[in-house]
Design a binder for this molecule. Structure first.
Ligand code: DU
Ligand code: SF4
Length: 240
């Protein structure tokens, strides 16, 4: 199908020289704990429901997480938190995500990233973000028809999600809605292929969460109940 065809093209992408060389270097050198594993070392496609009502937008694959396992948020501490919370709110089949063939499945939810290759220091350049944006646009065009909520993980995910929604024809107000944990912005989607008409009209609601990176979870800035509250809210928005 069209989504499979898109994934097949995404994983062949070599448009960003710095990221191609980094993702492949990490895959060669590995981390001691994964010394005997074959790293994916390529772009990571979206994962989850092919007809989602909720999209979760992160930042980029982790060098030893998705860049190792080949599946979004799979095999790193951020993903451990995210999948546990997705399971807690009833949309993930399993509470863990360890490898691309672990049997994990999402219902109603889909995970995607505005940058699809692992960047050095988790920091893509503005040019790399611009180069990768069309992949997210294509994915949104294919899977967006039922999307009622978008969860942005972190301020960068929030900005990337707003820009992608804007490109898809969703109305992004000025000044732009501000990121915060639990922040919520209802955006008019009547001029876009996203959203579909809910009881209160054609809209997509953007919801912010602190990113479940170790920096946030280890310091207690983000707790499991905080993440579950946001994901549960998005699940309920998706059901309207
Ligand atoms: O081939 P497929 O059944 O469409 O699944 C591809 C891939 O996506 C598989 O790893 C499960 C996942 N997935 C999911 O998480 N949620 C769905 O509703 C459908 C598929
Ligand atoms: Fe291609 Fe995106 Fe990877 Fe750049 S980051 S090489 S555009 S998949």
């Amino acid at each position: 199908d069209a989504l499979t065809a898109l994934d097949r093209r995404v994983v062949e992408c070599r448009a960003c020289p710095r990221l191609v060389s980094w993702r492949e270097q990490v895959a060669r050198e590995k981390r001691a704990a994964f010394a005997h594993e074959t790293y994916w070392g390529r772009p990571v496609p979206g994962f989850g429901d092919p007809e989602p009502t909720v999209l979760v937008v992160g930042l980029a694959p982790a060098a030893h997480g998705a860049n190792r396992t080949g599946r979004m948020f799979t095999g790193d501490p951020s993903g451990d938190w995210l999948f546990a919370a997705l399971h807690a709110v009833g949309v993930a089949r399993l509470p863990t995500a360890t490898s691309a063939d672990d049997g994990q499945e999402l219902t109603g939810f889909r995970l995607c990233a505005p940058v699809r290759c692992a960047p050095p220091a988790n920091k893509p350049t503005p040019q790399e973000r611009a180069t990768c944006a069309p992949w997210l646009d294509e994915e949104l065009a294919l899977v967006g028809a039922r999307v009622r909520a978008v969860v942005a993980l972190g301020a960068i995910g929030w900005g990337a999600a707003l820009r992608a929604l804007g490109r898809a024809g969703v109305v992004v107000p000025r000044p732009r809605p501000r990121f915060g944990h639990g922040a919520q912005a209802r955006l008019d989607a009547s001029s876009s292929a996203l959203g579909g008409a809910g009881p209160e009209g054609d809209a997509v609601t953007l919801v912010g969460s602190y990113h479940p990176s170790r920096h946030n979870t280890a310091t207690g800035r983000l707790t499991a109940p905080m993440l579950e509250e946001v994901l549960g809210r998005a699940r309920d928005l998706g059901a309207t």
